[in-house]
Design a protein around this ligand. Sequence first.
Ligand SMILES: Nc1ncnc2c1ncn2[C@@H]1O[C@H](COP(=O)(O)OP(=O)(O)OP(=O)(O)O)[C@@H](O)[C@H]1O
Ligand SMILES: [Mg+2]
Length: 340
Amino acid sequence: MIIQFENVEKTFNSKKMQVHACKDINLAVDKGDIFGVVGYSGAGKSTLIRMVNALERPTSGRVTVNGVVINELKGKNLRKARKDISMIFQQFNLLEAKTVFENVAMPLILNHTPKDEIKRRVNEILKFVELSDKTDTYPGKLSGGQKQRVGIARALTTNPSILLCDEPTSALDPKTTDSILNLLQKVNRELNITIMIITHQINIVQKICNKVAVMEDGYVVEMGNVKEVFARPVQPITKAFVDTVVDQTIPESIFAAAAAEKQNSRIFRVRCLNGNVCDTFTPDLRKRFTAEINTLFMSVNEMQGSVLTIIGLQVKGSKEQIREVEQYLKENFESEEVAV
Ligand SMILES: Nc1ncnc2c1ncn2[C@@H]1O[C@H](COP(=O)(O)OP(=O)(O)OP(=O)(O)O)[C@@H](O)[C@H]1O
Ligand SMILES: [Mg+2]
């Protein structure tokens, strides 16, 4: 693993009050991950990510980055460790009075890199983020998406192994968001950079992350592979997040009609993460069982190259006939009964 939090607590003490921003955080980010952290405002996300490069230090516990306990480093050693960890921000944090070239060059200038080398490196990176034509432009003349590309370019100049992103697309429209997410994916795949990304938009996690941690009130309340967490969210907050991108609700009127038959029928919701089952799922069940089986609802969701299908089923028949189907669904899929 490249980043590890062990029993991390962070408390802010001000004159008036104490804020316990991060509580009992234990998590590991592996090399090559795009690790998403989601949560509502004030959950402690920014505090958490800022402890990775020691912009904040834990009140207790350890944050290990690349094998070094970063919260114990100071001075030269800290500066050295930070060269390997870059960060981008929601508000881009560009220098308005400097050109794109100068903004991107800044980390290299601060490192006393020779001029020729700076020129070579900056032009190479600007090409990578597709901004070669904006070299001499000032940030004021750029769109939000272009500004974030400059932010990303600046973050890449020092060849980091980790890129921290705090709400990188929150100031952007959906189309621009997509182009920035594609760029982050390219950064991860082509440059082998591990990415940690903080967001309150779960669709960003769905699009590019392989792992996710859900934060609520300072705690990480749920964590795992994105596919698994999306297929079976456990905590109410995770369900609420996943609900906004994965449609799992049987339409009201269809549900009401099916629920009206509750004497000899029950309703189930099934989740399949096994490729495309749209055509085959219900016909297969009908072949296996004597109960009458109706598809009330189906939603098909792309998830990291896999397909997550959510199916609402009405099963009609005798108690025993329905129980057989229920048993089979339980053993072979993620399923639950929907109360009528
Ligand atoms: N420097 C600080 N001093 C005092 N309290 C702070 C400080 N930084 C953060 N906090 C508090 O810690 C809590 C968590 O803040 P944090 O910024 O980590 O949340 P967040 O999840 O990033 O929220 P948002 O989505 O709004 O950015 C909040 O209650 C915040 O007010
Ligand atoms: Mg924040």
